[in-house]
Design a protein around this ligand. Sequence first.
Ligand SMILES: [Zn+2]
Ligand SMILES: [Zn+2]
Length: 392
Amino acid sequence: MADYYDILGVPRDAGPEAIKKAYRKLAMKYHPDRNSGSDEAEARFKELSEAYEVLKDPEKRAMYDRFGKAGTKSGGAGGPFQGGFDLHDAIEIFMRDFGGGGGFEEVFGGQGRGGRGRRRSRTRKGENTRVRIPLTLQEVASGVTKRVRVALLDPCEACEGTGSAEGEAGGTCSTCGGRGEERVAQRSVFGQFVSVTTCRSCGGEGSVVRDPCRSCKGEGRTRREREVEVEIPRGVSSENFISLRGKGNVGPRGGPRGDILVLLEIEDDPRFVREGNDLVTDVLVTFSQAALGAEVEVPTVEGSRTLEVPPGIQSGQAIRFRGGGLPDLNGGAQGDLIGRIRVWTPTELTPEQETLFQSLREEEDPVPDSVAEAGGERRGFWSRVREAFTSG
Ligand SMILES: [Zn+2]
Ligand SMILES: [Zn+2]
């Protein structure tokens, strides 16, 4: 097992900010949403989240530094990874610290996990399911409630979810005697040790179905199309998830429902480039508009607005509308609308226009020696915008 510091690629004396930054960068790269279900990326994402969850907490980190992974598992009721650390936990951690939208529940103290600590659950939770929701920029700006169809496993009606033909609970599993676990003595170079694993015969349920239900073959659940309502807050991006806890597949034979993970896919809008909460749009102006100043219409997410172009504006200069961008997911300041000026050169001239340009040429001043001298171009502006975005 790799070292948590190595997993995140940070030195052992890294500060909390460096750890957070390293995790964010790598987690974005290996995010399951960006790797179309690659098992390798999923494993990396889990590994990263686990490492981050320990190293970000000064107490857990100190325990880890002294005792290694064993130190982080002995935290009693509050121990972080009781019952395993799965993709869902990883996604929740990511959402909690970077996602907004969702991830509001307490990650380790929530229901399900706490229950598991007190008493071994006989039923298995249903598998989490994922659903993708495409969103337009307008929907991101306003927030929206979406209804989506999801194929989910529901309790079988014929056997009322028990899996037995007679509708009764199954008999005690003979392999594990109803405990749901198997104890296997194993020999290693360190001596003999006993490992406890989930019973293979009953999958940990402690009981087996003697006369399986015909309609679900003893599973206790059948697939059905369901309509699910998802409330999407304002200002989300493709990096956000929404987790619908306990709304997913039921577990086999009466197991609790898993979760639905809603992945958001913001559709490209050809009019805008999104930079965080800011929207950048190209604004074409003519020579004379750039020289004399003008009022031009620019698109906004909801419609359009008038942009005051000052006389003497240069190609490449930007005009910023405060608050004309997208709302902030976490309730911060609304983004801006940024109009990037591009002077349009006509490709065909009427004889009349040609005459006018000819006489303008006789009158106009020569161009300055450099773009910097022209005064308009704010060099490095776009790279600064990008920097601000990527380091945010
Ligand atoms: Zn059934
Ligand atoms: Zn068993």
